[in-house]
Design a protein around this ligand. Structure first.
Ligand SMILES: [Zn+2]
Ligand SMILES: [Zn+2]
Length: 370
C-alpha cells in the first residue's frame, strides 16, 4: 500500500526514496523500532536516529529474526565516521546479533521458528570466487557484511540467510552471547593466525571487548603460555580486568615487557601500537593486527629494529562462518565469561561515544527486547 509507505516514511523523517532503499520489501502489518544512520557524521553529534519502520520480510532461504540483544563494535565507529562507509544510506548498523527466529522465508530447511540464533559480520558470500572455494570467504570479492551492506541489529527485527545464522549455546544469556559474535569470533581468528603455542608469550595491545575474550581462550588452550597486556596508560579499569582474567604482566603501550613476545595481537584503533609491538617481538615472531581501519597512521618503521630477523605482520580481515561455528561451542566449553555493560537500544549513541573514549569495561551490549 503506497499510502501506508508514504505515511511510514514521513513519520520516520525520510524521503520516500530513502525509505524504499532501507526496506524494499516489508510487512504491511507490523512495524519496528530501529536506530538508523543517515550519513557519515561525527559520533559526538549522536547521529543515530530512532525511527519507526516496517518490519522486513524474509526472502527465499532467509529467516526473520526478532532481535534480543546486539553488541556494539568499534566497526560501527568506523562506519559512522566514514572510514568504512556503509554501501547505502540510511543504514541500520550492528553485527553482533542474538535473536529468535520469528518466521521462515520460503525454502528454509535448517532453522525452526523460535530457535535462538546469532548473526555475525559475515552476512553473505558468493561461494564461487577464488577465495570462497579455498574456504577464505572472509576475503570474498562480493561478500556482504551485516550492518554495512545488509541491515543489522540496531533494530527490533532483521532478516538473514539461514546459512549465516548460528545456534547459540544454551549456557550463555542473550547479553553474554552478543559480544561472542564479533569480538569473540574475530578474536579467535586473530589468535589462530598469531601462531600462539603452549609455553609461548602472547602480547595483547588494547584490552577491550575482543582482547578480554581472547585472553580467556588463550588461558584455556595454552595453559603454560604467558599473556602480556598493554593498555592506554590511564585505563585502570581495563588493567584491573586483565589482572582478574589472568594476565601475567600488564603495562602501558610504550612499555618494554620483561620478555620478548613470541606473537602479538594489536586490537587498538590507532597506529602507534603496531610499531611498539614489532619492537617488542621476538625474532621470527608475528604480529596480527585486528582492526578494520586505523584512525591514526602507523609511524615510520626502522627496518633493523622493527622488521629484520624474520618478523611478520599480518592483518585479520572479517570472519568466516567456520570461525563462528568453531568458536561458539569452544566458548561454551571453556566457558568464556564476557564482561558486559548494558544499554537500551535508544542509548546506542551514548554507548558508542563511551566506546570511542575507551570507557566501556569489556563489551557494550544493546538490550533490544525487554
Ligand atoms: Zn565487529
Ligand atoms: Zn566469494
Amino acid at each position: 500500500m503506497r499510502e501506508h509507505r508514504d505515511y511510514l516514511a514521513r513519520t520516520a523523517g525520510m524521503t520516500q526514496r530513502q525509505f524504499d532503499v532501507l526496506l524494499p520489501g516489508h510487512n504491511e502489518g507490523g512495524t519496528m523500532k530501529a536506530m538508523v544512520l543517515d550519513r557519515v557524521s561525527a559520533v559526538e553529534g549522536k547521529p543515530l536516529r530512532m525511527a519507526e519502520l516496517p518490519r522486513p520480510v524474509a526472502g527465499r532461504g532467509q529467516v526473520l529474526v526478532r532481535v534480543l540483544t546486539c553488541g556494539i563494535c568499534h566497526t560501527e565507529l568506523d562506519e559512522i565516521e566514514g572510514r568504512v562507509s556503509p554501501s547505502q544510506f540510511p543504514m541500520i548498523l550492528g553485527h553482533e546479533i542474538v535473536g529468535r527466529v520469528e518466521s521462515l522465508g520460503p525454502g528454509v530447511r535448517k532453522l525452526k521458528e523460535g530457535e535462538r540464533v546469532g548473526i555475525a559480520w559475515i552476512n553473505w558470500a558468493c561461494g564461487k570466487c577464488s577465495f570462497c572455494v579455498k574456504g577464505e570467504e572472509n576475503l570474498c570479492d562480493t561478500a556482504k557484511w551485516t550492518g554495512k551492506d545488509a541491515h543489522g541489529g540496531y533494530a527490533q527485527y532483521t532478516v538473514v540467510s539461514e546459512n549465516f545464522a548460528y545456534p547459540i549455546p544454551q549456557r550463555f544469556t542473550d547479553v553474554e552471547a552478543a559480544p561472542l559474535l564479533c569480538a569473540g569470533v574475530i578474536g579467535y581468528r586473530a589468535l589462530r593466525l598469531s601462531g600462539m603455542e603452549n609455553g609461548k608469550v602472547l602480547g595483547l595491545y588494547g584490552f577491550g571487548a575482543s582482547a578480554h575474550i581472547v585472553i580467556q581462550v588463550a588461558e584455556y588452550e595454552y595453559p603454560d603460555g604467558r599473556v602480556f597486556v598493554f593498555t592506554r596508560p590511564n585505563q585502570k579499569e581495563h588493567q584491573d580486568l586483565a589482572r582478574k582474567l589472568g594476565a601475567d604482566w600488564i603495562g602501558a603501550t610504550g612499555d618494554t615487557p620483561p620478555e620478548k613476545l613470541d606473537c602479538a595481537i594489536d586490537f587498538t584503533p590507532v597506529g602507534e601500537p603496531v610499531r611498539e609491538a614489532l619492537r617488542n617481538l621476538q625474532k621470527g615472531g608475528r604480529l596480527v593486527i585486528n582492526a578494520i581501519r586505523k584512525t591514526t597512521p602507523i609511524p615510520e618503521l626502522d627496518y633493523a629494529e622493527h622488521l629484520w630477523h624474520e618478523k611478520e605482520v599480518k592483518s585479520v580481515a572479517n570472519v568466516t562462518r567456520r570461525d563462528a561455528q568453531e568458536f561458539l561451542p569452544l566458548a561454551a566449553e571453556i566457558p568464556v565469561v564476557p564482561e558486559t555493560q548494558e544499554f537500551r537500544l535508544e542509548e546506542a549513541n551514548e554507548a558508542l561515544i563511551l566506546l570511542k573514549e575507551g570507557k566501556i569495561r569489556g563489551a557494550g551490549v544493546l538490550k533490544v527486547a525487554e
